[in-house]
Ligand binder design. Sequence first.
Ligand code: NDP
Length: 487
Amino acid sequence: MTTPVYENFINGHFLKNQTGDTFAVKNPATDEVIYHVEIADEFIQNAAIESAKQGFAAWSAMTPIERSRILLKAVAILRDRNDELAKVEVLDTGKPWQEAECVDVETGADVIEYFAGLAPAQVGQQQMVGNDFYYTRKEPLGICAGIGAWNYPLQIACWKSGPALAAGNAVIFKPSEETPLGAIKLSEIFIEAGVPAGVFNVVQGAAEVGQWLTANPNIEKVSFTGEVGTGKKVMASAAGSLKDVTMELGGKSPLLVFDDADVSQAVSAAMLGNFYTQGEICTNCTRIYVHKNVYQQFIDELKTRTEQNIIAGDPMDPEVNLGALISKKHQELVLGYIDKGIQEGATLLTGGKALSPVSAPNGYFVEPTVFVDCKDDMTIVKEEIFGPVMSVLVFDDEDDVIQRANDTHLGLAAGVFTKDIQRAHRVIHQLQAGICWINSYGNSPAEMPVGGYKQSGIGRENGIETLDHYTQTKSIYVGMSNIESPF
Ligand code: NDP
Protein backbone atom coordinates (compact mmCIF):
# COMPACT_ATOMS: atom_id res chain seq x y z
CA MET A 1 0.00 0.00 0.00
CA THR A 2 1.41 3.42 -0.89
CA THR A 3 1.29 6.07 1.76
CA PRO A 4 0.46 9.74 1.08
CA VAL A 5 3.25 12.29 0.59
CA TYR A 6 2.56 15.76 1.98
CA GLU A 7 4.27 18.79 0.46
CA ASN A 8 5.09 22.03 2.25
CA PHE A 9 2.22 24.49 2.53
CA ILE A 10 3.26 27.83 1.02
CA ASN A 11 1.22 30.81 -0.18
CA GLY A 12 -2.10 29.10 0.33
CA HIS A 13 -1.33 25.78 -1.35
CA PHE A 14 0.90 22.73 -1.32
CA LEU A 15 4.23 23.30 -3.06
CA LYS A 16 6.56 20.59 -4.35
CA ASN A 17 10.21 20.81 -3.33
CA GLN A 18 13.01 20.55 -5.88
CA THR A 19 15.28 18.02 -4.22
CA GLY A 20 12.55 15.41 -3.87
CA ASP A 21 13.80 14.68 -0.32
CA THR A 22 11.21 13.32 2.08
CA PHE A 23 11.01 11.84 5.55
CA ALA A 24 8.72 9.14 6.92
CA VAL A 25 6.27 9.53 9.79
CA LYS A 26 5.39 6.53 11.95
CA ASN A 27 2.38 5.82 14.12
CA PRO A 28 3.99 5.33 17.56
CA ALA A 29 1.33 2.81 18.55
CA THR A 30 1.98 0.48 15.59
CA ASP A 31 5.56 1.23 14.44
CA GLU A 32 4.18 1.56 10.89
CA VAL A 33 4.97 4.35 8.44
CA ILE A 34 1.70 6.22 7.88
CA TYR A 35 2.84 8.94 5.44
CA HIS A 36 5.84 10.81 4.07
CA VAL A 37 6.55 14.52 4.08
CA GLU A 38 8.69 16.59 1.73
CA ILE A 39 11.57 18.45 3.36
CA ALA A 40 11.69 22.23 2.89
CA ASP A 41 14.69 22.70 0.59
CA GLU A 42 16.18 26.03 -0.47
CA PHE A 43 13.48 26.53 -3.10
CA ILE A 44 10.73 26.06 -0.50
CA GLN A 45 12.53 28.22 2.04
CA ASN A 46 12.82 31.13 -0.40
CA ALA A 47 9.21 30.65 -1.46
CA ALA A 48 8.11 30.67 2.19
CA ILE A 49 9.77 34.04 2.82
CA GLU A 50 8.28 35.59 -0.34
CA SER A 51 4.89 34.14 0.51
CA ALA A 52 4.99 35.45 4.07
CA LYS A 53 6.02 38.92 2.86
CA GLN A 54 2.99 39.05 0.58
CA GLY A 55 0.75 37.54 3.22
CA PHE A 56 1.91 40.09 5.75
CA ALA A 57 1.21 43.00 3.38
CA ALA A 58 -2.38 41.85 2.83
CA TRP A 59 -3.15 40.77 6.40
CA SER A 60 -1.63 43.74 8.21
CA ALA A 61 -3.60 46.11 5.98
CA MET A 62 -6.88 44.66 7.24
CA THR A 63 -8.57 46.08 10.31
CA PRO A 64 -8.32 44.07 13.52
CA ILE A 65 -12.05 43.42 13.43
CA GLU A 66 -11.80 41.99 9.90
CA ARG A 67 -8.98 39.73 11.03
CA SER A 68 -10.97 38.76 14.07
CA ARG A 69 -14.00 37.71 12.00
CA ILE A 70 -11.87 35.49 9.77
CA LEU A 71 -10.06 33.88 12.71
CA LEU A 72 -13.40 33.13 14.37
CA LYS A 73 -14.43 31.28 11.20
CA ALA A 74 -11.28 29.19 11.53
CA VAL A 75 -12.25 28.46 15.14
CA ALA A 76 -15.67 27.24 14.02
CA ILE A 77 -14.10 24.95 11.40
CA LEU A 78 -11.64 23.57 13.95
CA ARG A 79 -14.54 22.70 16.25
CA ASP A 80 -16.62 21.22 13.40
CA ARG A 81 -13.73 18.96 12.43
CA ASN A 82 -12.81 18.08 15.99
CA ASP A 83 -12.96 14.31 15.52
CA GLU A 84 -11.07 14.23 12.23
CA LEU A 85 -8.31 16.44 13.66
CA ALA A 86 -8.20 14.55 16.95
CA LYS A 87 -7.62 11.34 14.98
CA VAL A 88 -4.70 12.97 13.15
CA GLU A 89 -3.18 13.81 16.53
CA VAL A 90 -3.71 10.30 17.90
CA LEU A 91 -2.06 8.66 14.88
CA ASP A 92 0.88 11.10 14.90
CA THR A 93 1.55 11.22 18.65
CA GLY A 94 0.32 7.90 20.05
CA LYS A 95 -1.77 9.71 22.70
CA PRO A 96 -5.17 8.31 23.71
CA TRP A 97 -8.23 9.26 21.68
CA GLN A 98 -10.10 9.98 24.90
CA GLU A 99 -7.69 12.90 25.47
CA ALA A 100 -7.35 14.22 21.91
CA GLU A 101 -11.10 14.13 21.39
CA CYS A 102 -11.76 16.66 24.15
CA VAL A 103 -8.46 18.51 24.69
CA ASP A 104 -6.12 18.96 21.74
CA VAL A 105 -8.36 20.61 19.15
CA GLU A 106 -10.55 22.25 21.77
CA THR A 107 -7.73 24.03 23.61
CA GLY A 108 -6.16 25.07 20.31
CA ALA A 109 -9.45 26.56 19.09
CA ASP A 110 -9.99 28.29 22.45
CA VAL A 111 -6.72 30.20 22.14
CA ILE A 112 -7.38 31.40 18.59
CA GLU A 113 -10.88 32.45 19.71
CA TYR A 114 -9.45 34.29 22.71
CA PHE A 115 -6.94 36.29 20.65
CA ALA A 116 -9.43 36.91 17.84
CA GLY A 117 -11.65 38.51 20.49
CA LEU A 118 -8.82 40.58 21.94
CA ALA A 119 -7.40 41.87 18.65
CA PRO A 120 -9.91 44.69 18.08
CA ALA A 121 -9.54 45.78 21.71
CA GLN A 122 -5.82 46.48 21.46
CA VAL A 123 -5.31 50.23 21.81
CA GLY A 124 -2.43 52.66 21.89
CA GLN A 125 -1.97 55.64 24.21
CA GLN A 126 -2.33 59.35 23.74
CA GLN A 127 -0.90 61.99 26.07
CA MET A 128 -0.62 65.78 25.97
CA VAL A 129 2.90 67.20 26.41
CA GLY A 130 2.26 70.91 26.83
CA ASN A 131 0.38 71.93 23.67
CA ASP A 132 1.96 69.10 21.73
CA PHE A 133 1.02 65.47 22.16
CA TYR A 134 2.12 62.01 21.26
CA TYR A 135 0.25 58.84 20.49
CA THR A 136 1.30 55.24 20.12
CA ARG A 137 0.31 52.54 17.68
CA LYS A 138 0.56 48.79 18.28
CA GLU A 139 2.01 47.56 15.00
CA PRO A 140 2.64 43.94 14.04
CA LEU A 141 6.22 42.70 13.92
CA GLY A 142 6.20 41.23 10.40
CA ILE A 143 7.07 37.60 9.75
CA CYS A 144 7.13 35.41 12.87
CA ALA A 145 8.48 31.87 13.01
CA GLY A 146 6.89 29.18 15.13
CA ILE A 147 8.81 26.00 15.95
CA GLY A 148 6.85 23.25 17.67
CA ALA A 149 7.42 20.15 19.79
CA TRP A 150 5.70 16.82 19.14
CA ASN A 151 3.53 16.34 22.22
CA TYR A 152 0.64 18.71 21.34
CA PRO A 153 1.32 19.44 17.66
CA LEU A 154 -1.96 21.05 16.59
CA GLN A 155 -2.44 22.82 19.89
CA ILE A 156 1.07 24.31 19.74
CA ALA A 157 0.46 25.50 16.16
CA CYS A 158 -2.78 27.17 17.35
CA TRP A 159 -1.17 28.68 20.45
CA LYS A 160 1.56 30.27 18.33
CA SER A 161 -0.53 31.36 15.35
CA GLY A 162 -3.48 32.68 17.42
CA PRO A 163 -1.78 35.75 18.92
CA ALA A 164 0.59 36.21 15.97
CA LEU A 165 -2.21 36.37 13.41
CA ALA A 166 -4.58 38.33 15.63
CA ALA A 167 -1.92 41.04 15.90
CA GLY A 168 -1.53 41.16 12.09
CA ASN A 169 1.68 39.17 11.58
CA ALA A 170 2.44 36.45 9.03
CA VAL A 171 3.75 33.10 10.29
CA ILE A 172 6.09 30.43 9.02
CA PHE A 173 5.57 27.38 11.20
CA LYS A 174 7.77 24.32 11.49
CA PRO A 175 6.21 21.38 13.30
CA SER A 176 8.32 18.60 14.75
CA GLU A 177 9.27 16.05 12.11
CA GLU A 178 7.60 13.42 14.35
CA THR A 179 4.20 15.09 14.03
CA PRO A 180 3.86 17.23 10.89
CA LEU A 181 0.21 16.75 9.90
CA GLY A 182 -1.67 18.83 12.49
CA ALA A 183 -0.06 22.08 11.30
CA ILE A 184 -0.85 21.19 7.66
CA LYS A 185 -4.51 20.70 8.60
CA LEU A 186 -4.48 24.06 10.37
CA SER A 187 -3.02 25.78 7.30
CA GLU A 188 -5.85 24.41 5.16
CA ILE A 189 -8.43 25.54 7.71
CA PHE A 190 -7.03 29.07 7.78
CA ILE A 191 -7.36 29.28 3.98
CA GLU A 192 -10.90 27.92 4.11
CA ALA A 193 -11.80 30.51 6.74
CA GLY A 194 -10.55 33.35 4.52
CA VAL A 195 -7.07 34.04 5.90
CA PRO A 196 -5.19 35.41 2.85
CA ALA A 197 -2.65 33.14 1.16
CA GLY A 198 0.84 33.54 2.59
CA VAL A 199 -0.25 34.52 6.09
CA PHE A 200 0.29 31.03 7.55
CA ASN A 201 2.91 28.83 5.90
CA VAL A 202 4.14 25.41 7.01
CA VAL A 203 7.69 24.27 6.32
CA GLN A 204 8.73 20.72 7.10
CA GLY A 205 11.94 19.11 8.24
CA ALA A 206 14.20 18.57 11.20
CA ALA A 207 16.73 20.77 12.99
CA GLU A 208 18.27 22.22 9.79
CA VAL A 209 14.94 23.75 8.77
CA GLY A 210 14.54 25.14 12.30
CA GLN A 211 18.04 26.57 12.13
CA TRP A 212 17.27 28.26 8.83
CA LEU A 213 14.21 29.92 10.40
CA THR A 214 16.10 31.14 13.46
CA ALA A 215 18.92 32.63 11.35
CA ASN A 216 16.86 34.16 8.54
CA PRO A 217 17.07 38.00 8.70
CA ASN A 218 13.59 38.44 7.22
CA ILE A 219 12.03 36.89 10.32
CA GLU A 220 11.38 39.23 13.25
CA LYS A 221 10.48 36.79 16.00
CA VAL A 222 10.81 33.13 16.89
CA SER A 223 8.38 31.43 19.22
CA PHE A 224 9.88 28.09 20.18
CA THR A 225 8.54 25.12 22.13
CA GLY A 226 11.00 22.35 22.93
CA GLU A 227 13.89 21.26 25.09
CA VAL A 228 16.04 23.63 27.11
CA GLY A 229 19.18 22.70 25.15
CA THR A 230 17.51 23.35 21.80
CA GLY A 231 16.06 26.59 23.17
CA LYS A 232 19.57 27.84 23.93
CA LYS A 233 20.67 27.09 20.35
CA VAL A 234 17.56 28.81 18.96
CA MET A 235 18.15 31.90 21.07
CA ALA A 236 21.85 32.08 20.14
CA SER A 237 20.99 31.81 16.46
CA ALA A 238 18.16 34.35 16.74
CA ALA A 239 20.61 36.79 18.34
CA GLY A 240 22.45 36.99 15.01
CA SER A 241 19.64 39.15 13.65
CA LEU A 242 18.37 40.37 17.06
CA LYS A 243 15.05 38.59 16.77
CA ASP A 244 12.53 38.70 19.55
CA VAL A 245 12.12 35.25 21.14
CA THR A 246 9.50 33.38 23.14
CA MET A 247 10.81 30.18 24.72
CA GLU A 248 8.51 27.48 26.08
CA LEU A 249 10.94 24.89 27.41
CA GLY A 250 11.16 21.90 29.67
CA GLY A 251 10.47 21.46 33.38
CA LYS A 252 10.99 19.28 36.45
CA SER A 253 8.11 20.62 38.44
CA PRO A 254 7.38 19.98 42.12
CA LEU A 255 4.02 19.16 43.69
CA LEU A 256 3.89 19.66 47.48
CA VAL A 257 1.31 17.60 49.39
CA PHE A 258 0.84 18.81 52.97
CA ASP A 259 -0.60 16.67 55.76
CA ASP A 260 -3.94 18.51 55.78
CA ALA A 261 -4.46 17.90 52.05
CA ASP A 262 -7.28 15.83 50.59
CA VAL A 263 -4.99 12.90 49.83
CA SER A 264 -7.21 11.34 47.18
CA GLN A 265 -7.34 14.63 45.33
CA ALA A 266 -3.57 14.94 45.58
CA VAL A 267 -3.17 11.42 44.16
CA SER A 268 -5.47 12.38 41.27
CA ALA A 269 -3.31 15.43 40.57
CA ALA A 270 -0.10 13.40 40.77
CA MET A 271 -1.46 10.81 38.33
CA LEU A 272 -2.75 13.45 35.92
CA GLY A 273 0.53 15.31 36.18
CA ASN A 274 2.60 12.22 35.35
CA PHE A 275 0.51 9.83 33.25
CA TYR A 276 -1.71 12.08 31.13
CA THR A 277 -0.40 12.04 27.53
CA GLN A 278 1.79 9.14 28.78
CA GLY A 279 3.87 11.65 30.72
CA GLU A 280 4.85 13.76 27.71
CA ILE A 281 3.77 17.12 29.13
CA CYS A 282 6.20 19.92 29.90
CA THR A 283 4.47 21.05 33.10
CA ASN A 284 4.33 17.58 34.68
CA CYS A 285 4.82 17.38 38.45
CA THR A 286 7.51 14.74 38.26
CA ARG A 287 8.80 15.52 41.77
CA ILE A 288 6.07 14.80 44.32
CA TYR A 289 6.99 15.92 47.85
CA VAL A 290 4.62 14.33 50.39
CA HIS A 291 4.47 15.23 54.08
CA LYS A 292 5.66 12.34 56.26
CA ASN A 293 2.31 12.15 58.11
CA VAL A 294 0.41 11.24 54.93
CA TYR A 295 3.24 9.64 52.95
CA GLN A 296 2.15 6.02 53.48
CA GLN A 297 -1.51 6.78 52.79
CA PHE A 298 -0.50 8.67 49.63
CA ILE A 299 1.69 5.93 48.17
CA ASP A 300 -0.76 3.14 49.09
CA GLU A 301 -3.58 4.86 47.19
CA LEU A 302 -1.24 5.84 44.36
CA LYS A 303 -0.10 2.22 43.90
CA THR A 304 -3.64 0.84 43.93
CA ARG A 305 -5.02 3.38 41.49
CA THR A 306 -2.02 3.16 39.14
CA GLU A 307 -2.24 -0.63 39.00
CA GLN A 308 -6.03 -0.80 38.70
CA ASN A 309 -7.12 2.22 36.67
CA ILE A 310 -4.63 2.57 33.85
CA ILE A 311 -5.51 0.97 30.53
CA ALA A 312 -2.77 0.89 27.90
CA GLY A 313 -3.49 -0.19 24.35
CA ASP A 314 -4.57 0.97 20.90
CA PRO A 315 -4.88 4.72 21.48
CA MET A 316 -7.95 4.90 19.20
CA ASP A 317 -9.85 2.67 21.64
CA PRO A 318 -11.92 5.12 23.73
CA GLU A 319 -11.31 3.03 26.86
CA VAL A 320 -7.52 3.41 26.63
CA ASN A 321 -6.04 6.09 28.90
CA LEU A 322 -2.31 5.44 28.42
CA GLY A 323 -0.89 5.76 24.92
CA ALA A 324 2.45 5.06 23.25
CA LEU A 325 5.54 7.24 23.59
CA ILE A 326 6.49 9.25 20.53
CA SER A 327 9.30 7.02 19.20
CA LYS A 328 11.36 3.92 19.85
CA LYS A 329 14.30 6.20 20.66
CA HIS A 330 12.27 8.08 23.24
CA GLN A 331 10.97 4.83 24.74
CA GLU A 332 14.58 3.67 25.18
CA LEU A 333 15.53 7.00 26.74
CA VAL A 334 12.70 6.73 29.27
CA LEU A 335 13.57 3.09 30.09
CA GLY A 336 17.19 4.20 30.53
CA TYR A 337 16.09 6.73 33.16
CA ILE A 338 14.12 4.00 34.94
CA ASP A 339 17.25 1.79 35.05
CA LYS A 340 19.20 4.72 36.43
CA GLY A 341 16.58 5.23 39.16
CA ILE A 342 16.93 1.60 40.22
CA GLN A 343 20.76 1.75 40.11
CA GLU A 344 20.81 4.91 42.21
CA GLY A 345 18.70 3.27 44.93
CA ALA A 346 15.14 4.51 44.42
CA THR A 347 12.43 1.96 45.27
CA LEU A 348 10.19 0.95 42.39
CA LEU A 349 6.63 1.10 43.73
CA THR A 350 5.06 0.01 40.47
CA GLY A 351 5.79 -0.21 36.72
CA GLY A 352 9.29 0.10 35.34
CA LYS A 353 9.13 -1.91 32.13
CA ALA A 354 8.22 -1.58 28.46
CA LEU A 355 4.65 -2.64 27.71
CA SER A 356 3.30 -4.61 24.80
CA PRO A 357 -0.50 -4.36 25.00
CA VAL A 358 -2.53 -6.95 23.10
CA SER A 359 -4.28 -4.31 20.99
CA ALA A 360 -1.02 -2.51 20.08
CA PRO A 361 1.82 -5.01 20.48
CA ASN A 362 4.38 -3.06 18.43
CA GLY A 363 3.82 0.33 20.07
CA TYR A 364 6.39 2.21 22.14
CA PHE A 365 4.65 1.85 25.49
CA VAL A 366 6.15 2.19 28.97
CA GLU A 367 4.35 1.12 32.13
CA PRO A 368 3.20 3.92 34.39
CA THR A 369 6.11 3.99 36.80
CA VAL A 370 6.36 5.29 40.36
CA PHE A 371 9.57 5.53 42.35
CA VAL A 372 9.40 6.09 46.11
CA ASP A 373 12.07 6.78 48.72
CA CYS A 374 13.65 9.13 46.21
CA LYS A 375 16.47 11.53 47.13
CA ASP A 376 16.93 15.02 45.74
CA ASP A 377 20.26 14.23 44.08
CA MET A 378 19.05 11.23 42.05
CA THR A 379 19.15 11.60 38.27
CA ILE A 380 15.42 10.77 37.98
CA VAL A 381 14.65 13.60 40.41
CA LYS A 382 16.87 16.14 38.68
CA GLU A 383 16.40 15.60 34.94
CA GLU A 384 13.33 15.93 32.74
CA ILE A 385 12.33 12.41 31.59
CA PHE A 386 9.21 13.30 29.53
CA GLY A 387 7.59 9.92 30.09
CA PRO A 388 5.28 8.25 32.64
CA VAL A 389 7.81 8.25 35.48
CA MET A 390 6.97 9.79 38.85
CA SER A 391 9.39 10.34 41.74
CA VAL A 392 7.92 10.57 45.25
CA LEU A 393 9.92 12.18 48.07
CA VAL A 394 9.09 12.70 51.72
CA PHE A 395 9.26 15.99 53.68
CA ASP A 396 8.67 17.24 57.18
CA ASP A 397 9.17 20.99 57.26
CA GLU A 398 7.58 23.72 55.11
CA ASP A 399 10.65 25.95 54.69
CA ASP A 400 12.84 22.98 53.93
CA VAL A 401 10.55 21.58 51.23
CA ILE A 402 10.29 24.98 49.54
CA GLN A 403 14.06 25.18 49.42
CA ARG A 404 14.27 21.63 48.00
CA ALA A 405 11.53 22.31 45.44
CA ASN A 406 13.40 25.42 44.23
CA ASP A 407 16.80 23.72 44.04
CA THR A 408 16.78 23.32 40.24
CA HIS A 409 17.71 25.38 37.19
CA LEU A 410 14.19 24.78 35.84
CA GLY A 411 11.04 26.66 36.86
CA LEU A 412 8.13 25.86 34.60
CA ALA A 413 5.36 24.81 36.99
CA ALA A 414 4.56 23.94 40.61
CA GLY A 415 1.63 22.84 42.73
CA VAL A 416 0.51 22.78 46.35
CA PHE A 417 -2.15 20.64 48.01
CA THR A 418 -3.34 21.88 51.39
CA LYS A 419 -6.63 22.95 52.97
CA ASP A 420 -4.90 25.80 54.81
CA ILE A 421 -5.62 28.81 52.60
CA GLN A 422 -2.85 30.92 54.11
CA ARG A 423 -0.26 28.20 53.71
CA ALA A 424 -1.38 27.58 50.12
CA HIS A 425 -0.68 31.14 49.06
CA ARG A 426 2.38 31.58 51.30
CA VAL A 427 4.03 28.51 49.81
CA ILE A 428 3.06 29.07 46.19
CA HIS A 429 4.38 32.64 46.33
CA GLN A 430 7.79 31.28 47.29
CA LEU A 431 7.98 28.61 44.60
CA GLN A 432 10.12 29.67 41.65
CA ALA A 433 7.84 28.70 38.79
CA GLY A 434 5.77 30.50 36.17
CA ILE A 435 2.68 28.26 36.17
CA CYS A 436 1.29 27.32 39.58
CA TRP A 437 -1.72 25.42 40.84
CA ILE A 438 -3.34 25.24 44.26
CA ASN A 439 -5.42 22.08 44.89
CA SER A 440 -5.43 21.49 41.15
CA TYR A 441 -2.94 20.49 38.47
CA GLY A 442 -2.52 20.96 34.75
CA ASN A 443 -5.42 23.21 33.72
CA SER A 444 -4.29 25.80 31.23
CA PRO A 445 -7.16 27.97 29.95
CA ALA A 446 -6.55 30.44 27.11
CA GLU A 447 -7.01 33.34 29.52
CA MET A 448 -4.10 32.31 31.79
CA PRO A 449 -0.53 33.28 30.83
CA VAL A 450 1.86 30.32 30.77
CA GLY A 451 5.63 30.22 30.66
CA GLY A 452 8.69 29.39 32.67
CA TYR A 453 10.98 30.92 35.27
CA LYS A 454 14.73 30.28 35.17
CA GLN A 455 15.81 28.03 32.26
CA SER A 456 12.24 26.88 31.55
CA GLY A 457 11.51 29.79 29.30
CA ILE A 458 11.30 33.38 28.26
CA GLY A 459 8.07 35.26 27.62
CA ARG A 460 4.56 33.89 27.93
CA GLU A 461 1.92 32.24 25.80
CA ASN A 462 -1.82 32.83 26.27
CA GLY A 463 -3.31 35.61 28.40
CA ILE A 464 -3.58 39.27 27.47
CA GLU A 465 0.13 40.07 27.71
CA THR A 466 1.01 37.68 24.88
CA LEU A 467 -0.60 39.93 22.29
CA ASP A 468 1.91 42.63 23.23
CA HIS A 469 4.73 40.23 22.43
CA TYR A 470 3.48 40.04 18.83
CA THR A 471 3.36 43.81 18.36
CA GLN A 472 5.82 46.68 18.55
CA THR A 473 4.98 50.14 19.81
CA LYS A 474 5.37 53.07 17.48
CA SER A 475 5.42 56.48 19.21
CA ILE A 476 4.34 59.48 17.17
CA TYR A 477 5.02 62.99 18.46
CA VAL A 478 2.79 65.73 17.03
CA GLY A 479 3.99 69.34 17.13
CA MET A 480 1.15 71.85 17.58
CA SER A 481 3.22 75.03 17.59
CA ASN A 482 6.24 76.49 15.79
CA ILE A 483 9.54 74.72 16.34
CA GLU A 484 11.99 76.64 18.51
CA SER A 485 15.38 76.33 16.86
CA PRO A 486 18.78 77.89 17.58
CA PHE A 487 19.69 77.45 13.90
P1 NDP B 1 13.18 19.56 20.73
O1 NDP B 1 13.87 20.69 21.40
O2 NDP B 1 13.97 18.37 20.36
O3 NDP B 1 12.51 20.04 19.35
C1 NDP B 1 11.58 21.10 19.31
C2 NDP B 1 11.51 21.63 17.90
O4 NDP B 1 12.74 22.27 17.56
C3 NDP B 1 11.29 20.56 16.84
O5 NDP B 1 10.46 21.09 15.83
C4 NDP B 1 12.70 20.32 16.35
O6 NDP B 1 12.75 19.75 15.07
C5 NDP B 1 13.25 21.73 16.35
N1 NDP B 1 14.70 21.85 16.41
C6 NDP B 1 15.62 20.93 16.80
N2 NDP B 1 16.86 21.47 16.77
C7 NDP B 1 16.72 22.76 16.35
C8 NDP B 1 17.64 23.84 16.11
N3 NDP B 1 18.94 23.70 16.33
N4 NDP B 1 17.15 25.02 15.69
C9 NDP B 1 15.82 25.20 15.51
N5 NDP B 1 14.91 24.21 15.70
C10 NDP B 1 15.35 23.00 16.11
O7 NDP B 1 11.94 19.20 21.65
P2 NDP B 1 10.96 17.95 21.50
O8 NDP B 1 10.27 18.06 20.19
O9 NDP B 1 11.71 16.73 21.85
O10 NDP B 1 9.87 18.26 22.62
C11 NDP B 1 10.01 17.89 23.94
C12 NDP B 1 10.48 19.05 24.79
O11 NDP B 1 9.60 20.15 24.61
C13 NDP B 1 10.49 18.76 26.27
O12 NDP B 1 11.67 19.27 26.84
C14 NDP B 1 9.29 19.54 26.79
O13 NDP B 1 9.40 19.88 28.13
C15 NDP B 1 9.27 20.71 25.87
N6 NDP B 1 7.94 21.31 25.82
C16 NDP B 1 7.72 22.50 26.43
C17 NDP B 1 6.45 23.07 26.47
C18 NDP B 1 6.20 24.39 27.12
O14 NDP B 1 5.19 25.00 26.82
N7 NDP B 1 7.04 24.87 28.01
C19 NDP B 1 5.32 22.38 25.85
C20 NDP B 1 5.67 21.16 25.20
C21 NDP B 1 6.93 20.65 25.20
P3 NDP B 1 12.66 18.15 14.89
O15 NDP B 1 12.03 17.57 16.09
O16 NDP B 1 11.83 18.00 13.69
O17 NDP B 1 14.06 17.69 14.75
